[in-house]
Design a protein around this ligand. Sequence first.
Ligand SMILES: C[S@@+](CC[C@H](N)C(=O)[O-])C[C@H]1O[C@@H](n2cnc3c(N)ncnc32)[C@H](O)[C@@H]1O
Length: 267
Amino acid sequence: MDASPDRGPDLRPRTGGPGANVRTAVLWEVLSAALREADPHGTGLVVVDAGGGTGGFAVPLAEAGHRVTVVDPSPDSLAALQRRAAERGLAVEALQGDLGDLTALVLAGSADLVLCHSVLEVVDDPAAALVAVAGVLRPGGRLSLLVANRDAAVLARALAGRPDEAARALTDPDGRWGVADGAARRWTPTGLQDLVVAAGLTVEQLHGVRTVSDLVPSAVLDLEPGAAAALLALERTLSARPPFRDLATQLHVLAQRRPDHAKQPEE
Ligand SMILES: C[S@@+](CC[C@H](N)C(=O)[O-])C[C@H]1O[C@@H](n2cnc3c(N)ncnc32)[C@H](O)[C@@H]1O
């Protein structure tokens, strides 16, 4: 794991080629900064990865010294996660269940950080699921939430020569473009922030993830010297800047559970 005095541990995964790293770099940078702020002495935080799957986020976080629990309904994914962790000599707690089971599986108010990446799209009731996710956070704890962006889908369908599907995604309440759409739902930046606030959390940051990296052919990144680094710098700049942020493939919110108010002295 790289470490530099100003940036702290670099949690970005080393696999998947330059394109893969560019696509997830902004997310890892936001997460790394939040972790540094919450854990300035590097003693490790309590992290819950809700719908964490095979551990693409959980394993690097465990490697960085955090105590990580993954909750996921898929036994196959949990088995792959445990293999991946064991190969690195790491312990990651793997609990089978879905977001609805979260409060029964994880102690309420216990987590410093909860990840919920690419999961809200597939649950039956995203608003109720997010309330369950928020309940696991300690006061002051943070949520890292990643979802699909409705407006990116509108643009993608239009560019694919499907203006009718683009128009449908724009008006469909779930942001779906048709029956063949593999996604169950998507959000706009405003809709996502409203959902987070309704779950009792305060939005601290909103970023676009894969703002332009999905538009660049991977061959360009693989063959042109310096192209991946230049694209990463551009991705970083655009990720926080509307209108580019709002057209990214995915939207990322970092939110905080409001600290409990100090107890009033009893009369
Ligand atoms: C697209 S994968 C994302 C995995 C991981 N969060 C990541 O970003 O790499 C979606 C994950 O959500 C899990 N999942 C599906 N339905 C779920 C539910 N109701 N509650 C929690 N997780 C669920 C799936 O098993 C899968 O591991």
